[in-house]
Design a protein around this ligand. Structure first.
Ligand SMILES: NC(=O)c1ccc[n+]([C@@H]2O[C@H](COP(=O)([O-])OP(=O)(O)OC[C@H]3O[C@@H](n4cnc5c(N)ncnc54)[C@H](O)[C@@H]3O)[C@@H](O)[C@H]2O)c1
Length: 320
């Protein structure tokens, strides 16, 4: 019997790609998602619609804060991948309570339900934002964690709950700190998609701050390979992993790359708005640990990944 993987937030960007990969690899998949209205629920419906006829795919619409429903939906799961969250650094600055409720209390509910169901492993989707302002680059997993936003604080608090459940209840935990994941189906609030959408509609990309901040952008397929390895590899248990590319590119460079790939050089230039509090200057992952233990080998360059993102954005626009 194929292993049963329970994905919270499995209708979202990363979660839906994970569901697709796991189905391809023969797993049974249960997606648990409340189709939150943080961004268009219809995009999330589109992410799951093609899978609904697959007998190895099951969708449960529910909130991770609904402990009873969550616990019963999780019955029979071998591994839980906890992707559901209230994402967004800027959102969290305006709505810290909502961020806390979903990301911290919600994670507590997921861990309790996993423990109750005697799940073999929980893989938690954390974030590079837990590091805050870097003291050195590239960031390894030992770098101090100094959250600079309610979102980052909520992800770190959730990591700590994971650790506590491992210590107290013996739950097997793997923590993945994703670095700026991008690609088809990505969230509209994230910079690369917003740049592509704006240039496609003849508008300049909006950059917050001077654009010299840099990011380690990670293509979705690479992030999914790491997540599948975290599910499958015994040695991953009890560990925290950086999931990035190992390189960094400034926001200015990324915006210009998009303008150039869309053939709008000389016609469109980015505009700058004030930096927002909670943003951090640079991210760049040291991925040695993920390479060694997860066999992780990111393989998609930023240019190639952005080309694929552009193609997807064009398709979505045609369907609107
Ligand atoms: N995308 C990135 O670059 C990135 C980087 C670091 C960490 N992460 C983390 O990865 C995970 C997935 O991120 P994403 O970009 O795919 O976001 P996403 O918003 O596309 O996916 C999250 C999913 O969770 C669902 N959800 C939200 N609240 C819920 C609730 N209360 N109950 C049930 N489902 C709920 C949403 O409907 C959505 O489908 C998140 O935990 C996020 O914090 C993402």
């Amino acid at each position: 019997m194929a292993q049963r993987i329970f994905i919270t937030g499995g209708a979202g960007f990363i979660g839906s790609h994970l569901a697709d990969r796991l189905l391809e690899q023969g797993y049974q998949v249960v997606v648990y998602d409340n189709f939150s209205d943080f961004y268009s629920p219809s995009e999330k419906r589109a992410n799951v619609s093609k899978r609904l006829k697959n007998p190895r795919y099951h969708l449960v619409e529910g909130d991770i804060l609904d402990y009873e429903l969550l616990t019963s939906a999780m019955k029979g799961a071998d591994v839980v991948v906890h992707q559901a969250a209230q994402p967004g650094v800027r959102f969290s600055i305006k709505n810290p309570e909502k961020t806390h409720e979903v990301n911290v209390t919600g994670t507590l509910m997921v861990l309790k339900a996993a423990e109750k169901n005697e799940v073999k492993k929980v893989v938690f989707a954390s974030s590079s934002s837990v590091y805050g302002v870097p003291k050195y680059l590239p960031l390894d997993e030992e770098h101090p964690t100094n959250p600079t936003s309610p979102y980052a604080a909520s992800k770190l608090a959730a990591e700590k709950y994971c650790q506590a459940f491992q210590t107290v209840y013996g739950l097997n935990i793997v923590v993945l700190r994703y670095f700026s994941v991008y690609g088809p189906r990505m969230r509209p609030d994230l910079s690369l998609r917003s740049f592509v959408e704006r240039v496609l509609s003849g508008q300049p990309p909006i950059i917050y701050g001077d654009g010299n901040q840099s990011r380690d952008w990670t293509y979705i397929d690479d992030a999914i390979s790491a997540t599948v390895a975290a599910i499958e590899r015994e040695e991953a248990v009890g560990e925290v992993f950086n999931i990035g590319c190992g390189n960094r590119t400034t926001v200015n460079q990324a915006a210009h790359m998009i303008i150039s790939l869309l053939g709008k050089e000389g016609e469109i230039s980015p505009i700058h708005e004030p930096a927002y509090k909670g943003d951090f200057p640079h991210t760049q992952a040291n991925i040695a640990k993920a390479r060694k233990i997860l066999g992780y080998m990111p393989s998609v360059s930023l240019e190639e990944g952005v080309k694929r993102l552009i193609e997807w954005c064009k398709t979505v626009r045609q369907m609107r």
